[in-house]
Design a protein around this ligand. Structure first.
Ligand code: MN
Ligand code: ZN
Length: 338
């Protein structure tokens, strides 16, 4: 079968890969689509410190069940499923307290082990989630994963009805966070540096958009909140400066959720955290949030069809990476067909 393999940084090709046999607890998935994520590009660029090479990439993917092991009872042949790529050890502290997404021995498909940008993938049935294809286009099964990040951020930020939430950045993850927050009854202001991306965010439900190249964000947030500050902030810009800024933008007793993986320190004074008694919380991957996302897809509150800006054949993967690099304003989520 064919698969997208990053041999070394900047060396990606469609490889011929052997398909392993299905174990008793596994299903074989004929992949329908895969979503391209910033972290895939990080593996390609050699900037993802967690990845090892060569790597069959892809952690956002879905497909149809074509074979199953003899112990698999819950999943049926021909089910269309999305696959949770998080693999944990089950016995470390995080796993023991029910937070396996930050397992001390964490492995993610497509990063630490082979992933889903392939014509077929075998994986244990307990990580696959069927979708109702009467309600959801099967090509968007791959987008459950990015939305699960949005759900996780909303849990970490304790987002609830009536909250005024600031989402920094209108990339796919920023938009997923925003849509989940809207479905929980929050009011959301979202930022970006491209009007095209803000227009998409607005179309998908954002209450207020701010182009931070044109307007001072602190003024916009303070006007919107009667000078209180945002109750919840999710920072998907993830620069040292954006994190510093969140402390000023948050209201007393506010929650700040970080998603960045960079190791450059930010300049922050502890007095702001103490005085406002801020909760600063990390959010990583997702902690079994697929069912919540699928519910949102099926009810129509979450709209993966609008997140998707391009559908292309997987053999054009290099073209897609180039498009994301050269025209970020034109791209939201690129979905590749296998
Ligand atoms: Mn992703
Ligand atoms: Zn663990």
């Amino acid at each position: 079968m064919r698969a997208v393999v990053v041999e070394n940084p900047f060396e990606m090709h469609i490889a011929d890969v052997n398909l392993s046999d299905v174990k008793d607890d596994e299903v074989l998935i004929k992949v329908i689509t895969g979503g391209i994520c910033g972290s895939d590009i990080g593996i390609y660029n050699g900037t993802n410190s967690l990845a090892t090479y060569p790597r069959l990439i892809g952690h956002e993917f879905g497909g149809k069940i074509v074979k199953k092991g003899k112990d698999v009872a819950t999943i049926k042949l021909n089910d269309v499923v999305s696959v949770d790529p998080v693999r944990s050890c089950g016995h470390c502290y995080a796993c023991r307290i029910g937070r396996h997404n930050v397992c001390a021995n964490l492995e993610v498909m497509g990063v630490h082990r082979d992933g889903g940008f392939a014509e077929y993938v075998a994986t244990p049935a307990k990580f696959v989630y069927p979708l109702d294809i009467a309600k959801i286009d099967s090509r968007f099964a791959c987008l459950v994963e990015p939305y699960s990040i949005g759900v996780q951020v909303n849990h970490r930020g304790n987002v609830s009805k009536g909250d005024k939430m600031l989402v920094m950045g209108s990339g796919p993850i920023g938009i997923c966070i925003m849509q989940v927050a809207k479905s929980r009854g929050a009011s959301v202001m979202i930022t970006d540096i491209f009007d095209e991306r803000l227009a998409r965010a607005e179309d998908m439900g954002a209450d207020f958009t701010v182009n931070v190249k044109k307007v001072k964000l602190l003024d916009s947030v303070m006007d919107w909140t009667n000078k209180e500050g945002a109750m919840v902030i999710a920072d998907t810009v993830c620069s040292p400066e954006s994190f510093t800024e969140t402390l000023l933008l948050a209201c007393p007793a506010g929650r700040i959720v970080t998603l960045g993986l960079i190791d450059k320190p930010s300049k922050i004074a502890q007095v702001i955290i103490t005085k406002k008694e801020l909760d600063i919380r990390g959010s990583r991957l997702s902690n079994y949030r697929f069912p919540e996302v699928i519910e949102g897809f099926e009810s129509g509150e979450l709209t993966p069809q609008k997140l998707c800006s391009h559908v292309i054949p997987f053999t054009d993967v290099e073209k897609a990476f180039k498009l994301i690099k050269e025209h970020p304003e034109q791209v939201c989520k690129i979905v590749m067909e296998f």
